[in-house]
Design a binder for this molecule. Structure first.
Ligand code: G16
Length: 566
């Protein structure tokens, strides 16, 4: 405890026009947060101001992050501002490290008012990279649109912020630190906690660790390879998979969180995690997975680099859901996927007569369904999978879920996937990302496309490429009405749906930090058992041609190809 009480100051500031949170949080180039005067302070103040003062007084907040460059500096500022804004207790992962799913878990367990996660997710880090701030509410999930809209409105008119500038926290030592503040009766406390412990306890109650241990280190154990990509998941993988479940040390790589992720994109896809894909091709490992910077995304691979598309991954988990002990106890309340995710999950929902929800992109939309007890398992094409035990997607949970299925079925990843297609049919799927294109060109392209597809003559139009014909059955700008509270979310992506169910979807990403990222999603359902094992790029080539023609994406952006193809 300090001897003299710490000063609480209110300092003047001026608003910035560009602090609108995206799909999940505010992401910008690191230097924007570092060098624009009070840019950081403004946004943090708006987060606190978005919480009703009565709820904030004496409350608990959780702070985590993926360890990227600038994290520790920002945590000190958050703590100084939390104290000055009436928060009573802040729980922080040791050295500022705590994964996004673990923050969600700790918010729920500590009955916190919310949490702040310092991460730009899968975007690169470092002084020339990206920085980001996510805000999660008391349910442990990303702030819903009503809250992020409020934060944005506040950020446009902010005039002052509150801070205790002399307050300094030791982030390295586990334990409690107390601070006396000027004009406050109760001391303000900071608790530095082990980032893994509480989260690992939850996983122990969800999965059968004895079964997983046998799978990973018993007599007939399988070989796995997990790539933490120098993000936050490393310590979790080491402690849970290696130390506790007995997987050998060489099964986990890039497990030390680095401020710049070793100079790479901590993005678990076929391009940015290509090292893992190459290693898996050797056939030495039966199961592979990679995680993103903050540990909420996952990519699943089988032996010889067999790629499990994320849309398929959630469908396989749904079809095998009772291999996971948690669901044996809770039952299954519903499934959900984001609109651009393929309909593979829908096939399982139909067969099992379980309710399926189609939401806009963003995990926050699942949170509302989970809070209402309507949703148990969900996933997104953007490498996110999770369940209602927390309110975030969870990379490690997805890996343990897959391993639970492998333990019960004792089949390879590829056999499980191909069996699945034989039973339910296959949704061929691809996503093209055009990253960092000119924002105006991207917006104009979307506006022109919307105009084109909303013309009444567009419906029924037939597109012929080679021998294939596609007739438009419906086209719209996806709109969602939350079945729990009726909130309407508009402008969630342009859909062109053809007879037979094939789809082309265009969306602008909400997670980029510079320019715009155009996403083009294409899927097509195939149930003919003789046509289930083709290359998606071949099967979908005609639909790609139609999408490129309609959008003129290359001509408008000056690109000749996408940055990433999944
Ligand atoms: C965030 C959201 C996800 C969303 C993803 C992609 O992921 O939490 O729900 O699917 O962005 O969004 P977009 O297509 O707008 O880039 P993360 O991992 O950044 O939190």
């Amino acid at each position: 405890m300090n001897d003299s009480p710490l000063q609480v100051l209110t300092l003047p500031t001026s608003p910035y026009p560009d602090q609108r949170p995206g799909t999940n949080g505010l992401k910008k180039k690191t230097h924007v947060f570092q060098s624009k005067k009070n840019y950081l302070h403004n946004f943090i103040q708006c987060i606190f101001s978005s919480i009703d003062l009565r709820d904030r007084q004496g409350s608990t907040m959780v702070v985590g992050g993926d360890g990227r460059y600038f994290n520790s500096t920002v945590i000190q500022v958050i703590v100084q501002m939390a104290a000055a804004n009436g928060v009573g207790r802040v729980v922080i992962g040791q050295n500022g490290i705590m994964s996004t799913p673990a923050v969600s878990c700790v918010i729920r367990k500590s009955k916190a008012i919310g949490g702040i996660i310092l991460t730009a997710s899968h975007n690169p880090g470092g002084p020339d990279g990206d920085f980001g701030i996510k805000f999660n509410t008391a349910n442990g999930g990303p702030a819903p649109e009503a809250v992020t809209n409020k934060i944005f409105q506040l950020s446009r008119t902010i005039e002052e912020f509150a801070i205790c500038p002399e307050l300094r926290v030791d982030l390295g030592t586990i334990g409690k630190q107390s601070f006396d503040l000027e004009n406050k009766f109760k001391p303000f406390t900071v608790e530095i906690v082990d980032p893994v412990e509480s989260y690992a306890n939850s996983l122990r109650n969800i999965f059968d660790f004895a079964v997983l241990k046998e799978l990973l280190s018993g007599d007939n154990h399988i070989q796995i390879r997990l790539d933490a990509m120098h993000g936050v998941t490393g310590p979790y993988v080491k402690k849970i998979l290696c130390e506790e479940l007995g997987s050998p040390a060489n099964s986990a790589i890039n497990c030390v969180p680095l401020e710049n992720f070793g100079g790479r994109h901590p993005d678990p896809n076929l391009i940015y995690a290509s090292d893992l894909v190459e290693t898996m091709k050797s056939g030495q490992y039966d199961f592979g997975a990679a995680f993103d910077g903050d540990g909420d995304r996952n990519m699943i691979l089988g032996k010889h680099g067999f790629f499990v598309n994320p849309s398929d991954s959630v469908a396989v988990l749904a079809a095998n859901i009772f291999c996971i002990p948690y669901f044996q106890h809770t039952g299954v309340r519903g499934f959900a996927r984001s609109m651009p995710t393929s309909a593979a999950l829908d096939m399982v929902a139909r067969a099992t007569k379980i309710q399926l929800y189609e939401t806009p992109t963003g995990w926050r939309f699942f949170g509302s369904l989970m809070d209402a007890g309507r949703l148990s398992l969900c996933g997104e094409e953007s490498f996110g999978t999770g369940s209602d035990y927390i309110r975030e997607k969870d990379g490690l949970w997805a890996v343990l879920a897959w391993l639970s299925i492998l333990a019960v079925r004792r089949q390879s990843v590829e056999d499980i996937m191909t069996d699945h297609w034989r039973t339910y049919g296959r949704n061929y799927y691809t996503r093209f990302d055009y990253e960092e294109v000119d924002l105006d060109a991207a917006v104009e392209m979307m506006l022109d496309l919307e105009l084109m597809i909303s013309d009444r003559a567009f419906n029924g139009q037939v597109f012929t490429v080679g021998e294939k014909k596609y007739q438009v059955e419906a086209a719209d700008n996806f709109e969602y009405s939350d079945p729990v509270d009726g909130t309407i979310s508009r402008n969630q992506g342009l859909r062109i749906i053809f007879k037979g169910g094939s789809r082309i979807v265009f969306r602008l990403s909400g997670t980029d930090s510079f320019g715009a990222t155009i996403r083009l999603y294409i899927d097509s359902y195939e149930k003919d058992i003789n046509k289930l094992f083709q290359d998606p790029q071949v099967v979908l080539a005609e639909l790609v041609t139609i999408a490129l023609q309609l959008s003129q994406i290359h001509e408008r952006t000056g690109r000749r190809a996408p940055t990433v193809i999944t």
